[in-house]
Design a protein around this ligand. Sequence first.
Ligand SMILES: Cc1ncc(COP(=O)(O)O)c(C=O)c1O
Length: 398
Amino acid sequence: MEDIDTALTGPNPMMLLGGGNPAKIPAVQQRFRDAMLALLEDGQRFEQMTGNYDGARGNSRFLRALAKMLKDQCGWAITPENIAITNGSQTSFYVLFHLFAGPSADTSGRKILLPMVPEYIGYTDVGIGEDLFRAQKPLIETLGDHEFKYRIDFDAIKLSPEIGAIAISRPGNPTGNVSSDDEIRRLRGLAKESNVPLILDCAYGDPFPGIVFPEIATEWDKDTIICLSLSKLGLPGVRTGIIIADKEIIQAVSGANAIMSLAPASFGPSLVTHMVEDGSILDMSRTVIRPYYENKSALAQDWIREAMGSLPCRIHRSEGAIFLWLWFEALPITSEELYQRLKTRGVLVVAGEHFFPGLNAPWVHRQECIRVSYALNPDHLQRGIKIIAEEVARAYAG
Ligand SMILES: Cc1ncc(COP(=O)(O)O)c(C=O)c1O
């Protein structure tokens, strides 16, 4: 985060291919601008939004509208009591991981099982005082000459009483992998067998912002916790996370909200309430946001294939999210060293080795990958890709 801030505000322009900022899509930004103007002109709404604390679960009009939309449009059997707002998904995970992992009376310390790493870097240091994760390496399927895909290695997953919850990002960060409906059903089955919840991190969709390219159906039941966010719609600055879960869990989240911040921020929910009430948040996700990223991903992959030529570079199949995950098999330097070399040339990516929370065993693969965001400036992306290819070629040449 420091690197990104320095790159955005420092004197030397950097090619920002590292951070998690979403694209600034003009049609989407215009809708938020219109929503802001409408909010300012709508009677006392602005004064209510800025002058009152919401309840500890969040703004009640927003909760009602969201519950209705998710019930009507996604078939989730929920009421507003199944939803809590937080100050961003990162806060949601902080609360949830500490609810379901950490020291407990019956075990020495429960863990969150990550059934497939690489996984979201933001989970890594969430645990206060101890390592909260157990992680499972994936199966690697190579696809043609230039692609690959991770799959959950169900045979290797070992559940034990120390596991307090199973968590997975879908679409996955850093890889853009979207676990299939069948894989999610199997994970749900494993979670039920162990009487623990399945936490689905849907920060990139489904149902919004919909940065998911294959057709999938996300199902909710009382043993599933779904985490959504307004960030990747284009609103990371408003810091709004959404948790959908069994009422008892929501009560615990609401208690944590009250302790940590009295109430979650009102701005994000107030800004998008109308878009949830009329369902346009879903239309915008399907008809504007998803095609925008799908096209950009395809273009970025073309540029990568062209720049890499015959170098041993594989791209993880891009099924969603805003990143491409590149694997350079048998890379003679670590991904951290590659990151440093690229930084000196003005290109910021993220070294792959940081995306393996909970995986303590050595695995050379983690040092052979980098994460590249394709969300921002296309000119920087194209130039950055060329520089990545030059540095990778230099590394292979020794
Ligand atoms: C998979 C995933 N989950 C959660 C988050 C955190 O999102 P938020 O901005 O809502 O805290 C991110 C942010 O990049 C993410 O990539």
